[in-house]
Write a new protein. Structure first.
Length: 437
């Protein structure tokens, strides 16, 4: 078996940390535990300290004591994501599998070798990507916007007469899952159940494993329903795509599409609304018309990208990266949020436009990069959902304001995903627009 990263002299986990034993932060280059409140409050400060102490490739420790490398340099991240042969997204290469317990909370996020678009590499990944890409490319954007407007109006109608709301639980979280559920083929009434499953899955807590099983069961029932009665939805188009795919492959790809698009889009909406309510310059940008909304939302992907850390890539052979010795099978975590704050790239973007100089520049890493990046049709779908939702909300409730001090806002307790747990607001009550039943 390939030697574990904890046995590699260049990784500080070799200085005494073993899986399950913990690895304290100590001066002199010890592995950084990938947990703690600083990741929830001031991640930019954490990333800057990591760069100063360790350089662009940081030795880190995952919960349970598992060693990994966090790539925080923009150039190094570009290198990793551009080389799918040296750094494939092939979780089967991980040299820690002998130590991973079946109930490890991060297992659903890291994944096991399985036949899906997200957990395959090389030709097998391209086979899945072609089928999924075709199904998503066929999504009609005008109809998608109409669906987003209808569902956003329905959500606003649910609280608009109260004069108060929590924009996360009442709007930002349910909107993407309702749209995506309809998009892949679920009836609207199933949206709430899918949202609950995805929330449990993304939090990576004790219920993540059970949530993953429930998620697969939902997709299995959808697949059977669409095989019996095809429709104009993603699941039906996947079934109609030429090629031999098993039911397991269809189910896993549908799970990947929905999971990848739900919470990240919800956090894109929530982070945009938080900035609008706490940053005067950003609020002006969002209120300046459709073009300004697009630029302002792009700025959020630079400053507050929903996926801060993405698992991952695995080294196919021994190599070097950012002056670090990487051994075959080592896990590399993609520090998307950190790369976006890398001073080497930021200094070149000061005149790009937008609220902080980057609103018109799409070189951020929010959707990753390279062969395994978020497919472009999926990026377009996420942008339509988030942008349409924000436009509907601002049109319906133009005098939104926070109902608590900004310092009391709380973020999700995760180093991997950046989003709000709540966003309480008040506004002038308005009448519902109508009955959408």
């Amino acid at each position: 078996m390939t030697p574990p990263a904890s046995a590699v002299p260049d990784h500080p986990a070799a200085t005494g940390a073993t899986p399950g034993g913990g690895c304290p932060v100590r001066p002199g280059g010890s592995a950084v535990p990938l947990s703690g409140p600083e990741f929830h409050t001031e991640p930019h400060v954490v990333y800057r300290a990591m760069r100063n102490e360790h350089g662009p490739v940081v030795p880190v420790e995952l919960p349970g004591g598992f060693p990994a490398w966090l790539v925080v340099g923009y150039r190094e991240l570009h290198q990793v994501t551009s080389d799918g042969e040296l750094f494939p997204r092939d979780v089967g290469l991980w040299n820690q599998w002998g130590n991973v317990p079946d109930d490890w909370p991060l297992l659903p996020m890291v994944g096991r070798p399985m036949p899906s678009i997200y957990f395959t590499a090389g030709a097998e990944h391209r086979r899945h990507a072609a089928m999924v890409g075709h199904a998503l490319e066929e999504v009609e954007h005008f109809e998608l916007r109409q669906d987003c407007e209808e569902l956003a109006d329905r959500l606003v109608d649910g609280f608009c007469e109260r004069g108060t709301a929590d924009l996360i639980t009442d709007f930002a979280v349910p909107l993407p899952v309702l749209v995506l559920a309809r998009l892949v083929g679920f009836p609207d009434e199933d949206g709430a159940q899918i949202a609950e499953v995805l929330r449990d899955l993304a939090d990576g807590g004790p219920g993540a494993q059970e949530a993953h099983l429930r998620f697969g069961e939902h997709m299995g029932r959808l697949l059977a329903a669409r095989r019996a009665v095809p429709g104009r939805d993603v699941a039906s188009r996947m079934l109609a795509y030429p090629g031999e795919f098993t039911d397991e492959e269809y189910v896993l790809d549908l799970m990947a599409i929905t999971a990848a698009g739900h919470l990240t889009t919800a956090d894109w909406i929530g982070n945009s609304l938080r900035l609008m309510l706490t940053d005067d310059e950003f609020a002006v940008a969002l209120s300046g018309g459709r073009h300004s909304v697009a630029e302002a939302m792009n700025e959020v992907l630079w400053e507050e990208c929903p996926t801060q850390i993405l698992a991952g890539r695995w080294a196919a052979r021994d190599t070097r990266l950012g002056e670090r010795s990487i051994r075959a099978g080592d896990m590399l975590l993609l520090g998307l949020g950190a790369a976006n704050t890398d001073p080497h790239i930021r200094q070149h973007l000061s005149t790009a436009g937008g609220p902080s100089g980057r609103g018109g520049n799409g070189a951020h890493m929010a959707f990753s990069h390279g062969e395994y990046r978020c497919p472009f049709p999926a990026q377009e779908i996420a942008e339509i959902i988030a942008r349409t939702g924000i436009e509907v909300l601002l049109d319906r409730l133009p005098d939104l304001e926070l109902s608590v001090p900004a310092r009391e806002l709380v973020r999700r307790q995760s180093a991997f995903l950046r989003g709000m747990t709540a966003l309480p607001v008040r506004f002038s009550p308005v009448r519902p627009t109508g009955d959408f039943s």
